[in-house]
Ligand binder design. Structure first.
Ligand code: FE
Length: 311
């Protein structure tokens, strides 16, 4: 079947009708977006001669995606999160806004309300016996390069099974395990002890991995640690660091890896280093300084307000 009806007045009128453009009520922005997306999809159906069977397979897929709460996982997998970041970077470039530490995607697994600590926190509760101890620290600087005391460093990461507290299907983790908010000290420093996380993959039988299989792509992420960093007079930074040496560092299904976000991981095995950290076993050390960007005309012009879990 190769009928070409998309450009007919009948179909174009129908698109306006279905998008509510002939109605006075509703939300104009929603109408604008729906009209565009519907138009693009109608055209795709026609151009690619999408069959009814293919269309209904797509509808069933969306139902599976929602039922498994994986829309927030498919989103980075298809590169939408990275594309939004690319657009924000381009906006900054056009406005001459300097970014210090690069932004990268938030991911769907942040939880608001983590315990707050001053300067230093222990993130893990010691229950993950597979975990190599990790000491990570650095200085948070403002746009002028000066250390920022009182900056808020929110950090969250997975355990060695690749699971996050509050989203752990095994139910093994306590609330807020491997999640803390650390306030930088008078020298702008933050520091934490935790374990080196492992990478993770999409649920193997889920709809996200199902689509990735159709695309011939894997659904795995390298090991990484997430951050939100906020301070007065600065824009909120959303970023992640990758664990150096992970084989997938530059092959992330969620496209979060960026130049400047893979700090070296140094293995500390000598007694003096261990003693200095109060540890009795070898550990990994990561030093990562963070530089924030200034407000633009007094506001955070790129703050992202998205639905997030709070506990
Ligand atoms: Fe993550």
């Amino acid at each position: 079947m190769s009928a070409h009806i998309y450009d007919t007045p009948e179909v174009q009128d129908f698109l306006r009708l279905a998008s509510g453009l002939d109605q006075s009520g509703g939300n104009p922005r929603t109408k604008q977006i729906v009209h565009r997306i519907l138009s693009d999809l109608f055209k795709t159906i026609e151009d690619l001669e999408i069959t009814s069977d293919e269309y209904w397979a797509g509808v069933a897929y969306l139902n599976r995606l929602g039922a498994s709460s994986e829309a927030g996982l498919l989103s980075p997998g298809l590169g939408f999160d990275r594309f939004l970041d690319m657009r924000m970077d381009a906006e900054d470039k056009a406005q001459g806004v300097q970014n210090g530490t690069p932004r990268t995607i938030e991911g769907p697994l942040y939880v608001a309300g983590a315990p707050v600590a001053q300067g230093y926190a222990r993130l893990d509760d010691g229950s993950d016996k597979e975990g190599q101890p990790l000491i990570m620290h650095g200085v948070v600087r403002g746009a002028d390069g000066k250390p920022l005391a009182g900056a808020k460093v929110e950090v969250w990461h997975a355990n060695t099974k690749g699971f996050y507290s509050h989203f752990d299907p095994t139910g093994e983790q306590q609330p807020f395990n491997m999640r803390r908010t650390i306030i930088t000290d008078a020298q702008g420093q933050y520091k934490f002890q935790s374990i080196v996380p492992k990478g993770y993959g999409c649920p193997p039988d889920g709809p996200t991995q199902g689509l990735l299989n159709e695309l011939g792509r894997h659904g795995n992420r390298p090991a990484h640690i997430h951050f939100f960093v906020t301070a007065d007079g600065h824009r909120k930074l959303t970023t992640q660091i990758n664990i150096d040496g992970d084989p997938l560092v530059f092959d992330d299904f969620a496209y979060a890896t960026r130049e400047g976000l893979v700090p070296p991981l140094v293995e500390r095995t000598d007694a003096q280093s261990m003693q200095a950290q109060g540890l009795s076993e070898p550990f990994a050390e990561i030093v990562f300084d963070i530089t924030l960007s200034a407000l633009v005309n007094g506001v955070d012009n790129q703050i992202v307000d998205r639905p997030r879990l709070a506990a």
